[in-house]
Structures are given as C-alpha cells and as structure tokens.
Write a protein that binds this ligand. Structure first.
Ligand SMILES: [Zn+2]
Length: 137
C-alpha cells in the first residue's frame, strides 16, 4: 500500500480542503473559476510535458537500436567478405540443409553467410555427409 501521509497535496486537493474549511468563502465565484482553470491548465501542461518527454526518449531508444543493428550487420558483412569459407584443412566450412521445398540451403560455419544452392560457388558446395534436413535424399 502507498503511504500518502507525507505526500505534498496537489493544488486541487488544497482547494478542496480550503473550500471545506470555509477559506474559499472569501473568494468570489469568478476567482474560484479562474483558480480551477489555472489548476486544469497546470495539469494539462504537466501531462503534455510528460508525453513529450516519453516520445523523445522512445525516439532516442529506437535510433540507438537501429544504429546498433546497422553496425552489427555491417560487421557481419565485413566478416563474410573476408572469410575464405574454408576450414584449416582447406575443405569447405559449409554445411547444407534441404528445406521442405527441397531446395538446398548452404551456410558457412565460420561467418554464417548463407547461400541457396545455385548462388553458392561450386567449390564451396558441402559434401553429401555435411547435408541434412527434412528433405534429405
Ligand atoms: Zn565464411
């Protein structure tokens, strides 16, 4: 449970309390109306500022995520561009998998570059024992 005893009363609560204690009897109806409008405006402005702040934070977060993602993708592309796609014994480092549609997907185990069969350089097509998957023949 939240303990509100030490919480600073809002302007609205103060007005209600003042009204209950008869203090607002010294205010004219116009003055009360003006005070109410002032309080409502204050509330709306505070809400608006909070909204704007949240939006700005969300935008900065999204920008940071997009930047991070692009940097990671670039790093991946750089690695793939410099990868021989071969093991130390010079055999292809690739493995393949037949999809349900029976097309051969090939991936390098060093850099995770992917090919579908016809895109893969012939010398990098994995040997039969390195091919699996549901459509394997
Ligand atoms: Zn590779």
């Amino acid at each position: 449970m939240i303990d509100n005893r030490n919480k600073k009363p809002t302007a609205e609560e103060e007005l209600v309390e003042a009204s209950m204690m008869g203090i607002s009897n010294t205010l004219t109806p116009n003055a009360i109306q003006a005070r109410i409008q002032e309080i409502m405006l204050e509330k709306l402005e505070a809400e608006h500022a909070l909204d704007q702040n949240k939006k700005a934070i969300r935008k900065r977060q999204q920008e940071a995520i997009a930047k991070e993602r692009a940097a990671r993708r670039q790093e991946e592309l750089n690695q793939q561009a410099h990868c021989s796609h071969r093991k130390e014994n010079s055999h292809p480092a690739t493995v393949g998998m037949y999809s349900h549609g029976n097309s051969l997907m090939i991936v390098c185990q060093n850099c995770f570059k992917e090919w579908i069969k016809n895109d893969c350089p012939q010398e990098l097509v994995p040997t039969h024992d390195a091919v699996g998957g549901p459509g394997v023949r």
